[in-house]
Design a protein around this ligand. Structure first.
Ligand code: GDP
Ligand code: ZN
Length: 313
């Protein structure tokens, strides 16, 4: 089995899991006919391999476990939510929005706080205890001084991860730091290879772009993204993910489950359930979730936002 590590207009490269040998592949016509688009992160079966020219043909795509849309990556099994302790300041509501968006994918989430060298130890300690009560054990790091990068590297091992967070917190810097540690190919080499691809896939993707432009969803559906192999095993997407959480996948009912502290209350009280099956945990009689939890005001605010959106849908 191989993993797609690069996919753009004209090329898609697959790497043998673990071996680091990369092949430039085209997609079997039959797959195109049944509209199976190959995404970065897809596990694929490659045939007709030419080891000299390092080329092959994608014969089949295995079923996806998960699919992240921004950036488009299949089989992501870990989201790293990155914020900075300062510059920009760590802000509870913004952090909550990102965490909720990340949790709504149901992909396991790790929280990391960057730029640790900019704040006092006491600030770090107090954030840590607050976040623990929210259900997170944050990794404290600094790309600048390299603190915590080994923990992050360890945390990302053997998984396909996407780094998400607001702009300015250091996502690109972190990806570069991880990249400088990776083995394998350089970006220039990949570009050379993509110039030498046959024309058929290029045409197909042109068409995809046009169709989506007509449906009003913007032209660049084939945004460039590739996976960087990590020295500890696993991959990280070279493009950071959603920096504006839309919460479009979150419903009134699913919102509470995007808060680990609420999930904990509800799972600890099983087999008991809130009296109403559609309880929104905002003071209904017989609700198991009390309203005194710390992030309740944020929950309430997001619930309001989702209610308004659902009304207009
Ligand atoms: P992104 O928008 O999240 O991708 O953030 P960038 O990686 O572009 O970083 C934004 C700014 O923060 C840049 O000027 C980086 O040099 C800086 N930066 C990144 N990591 C650190 C860090 O650990 N400490 C400090 N002081 N600055 C950092
Ligand atoms: Zn309830």
């Amino acid at each position: 089995m191989r993993v797609v590590v690069e996919s753009e207009k004209s090329s898609s490269s697959e790497e043998d899991e673990g071996s680091g040998v990369e092949l430039l592949c085209v997609v079997r016509n039959l797959l195109k006919k049944i509209k199976r688009r190959v995404l970065v992160g897809d596990k694929v079966l490659v045939g007709s391999i030419d080891w000299v020219d390092r080329r092959g043909v994608i014969e089949n795509v295995f079923e996806r476990k998960t699919e992240v849309l921004d950036p488009p990556v299949a089989n992501v099994d870990h989201l790293l939510v990155l914020f900075s302790l300062d510059q920009p300041k760590l802000e509870e509501f913004s952090l909550t929005r990102f965490l909720v968006e990340a949790e709504s994918t149901r992909i396991p989430v790790t929280l990391a706080l960057n730029k640790a060298e900019l704040v006092h130890k006491e600030a770090v300690t107090s954030w840590k205890s607050k976040l623990r009560s929210w259900g997170y054990e944050p990794i404290i790091c600094s790309v600048e001084t390299k603190i915590g990068l080994d923990s992050l590297q360890f945390n990302l091992r053997d998984q396909t991860s996407v780094i998400v967070g607001p702009s300015g917190v250091g996502k690109s810097s972190l990806i570069n730091a991880l990249r400088s540690n990776h083995f394998g190919f350089g970006a220039a080499e990949v570009d050379d290879r993509s110039n030498s691809i046959s024309g058929s896939k290029w045409l197909e993707d042109q068409r995809v772009g046009e169709v989506s432009a007509r449906s009003g969803r913007g032209k660049h559906t084939t945004r460039h993204v590739s996976l960087l192999p990590l020295s500890g095993g696993g991959y990280v997407a070279d493009t950071p993910g959603f920096n504006q959480p839309s919460l479009l996948k979150v419903t009134k009912q699913s919102l509470a489950l995007c808060f680990p502290e609420v999930r904990k209350i509800l799972s600890n009280s099983q087999p008991l359930k809130c009296a109403f099956s559609n309880c929104l945990h905002i003071g209904e009689p017989g609700c198991l979730v009390k309203m005194e939890w710390e992030r309740y005001p944020y929950y309430f605010q997001l619930l309001d936002e989702i209610k308004i959106r659902e009304e207009f849908q």
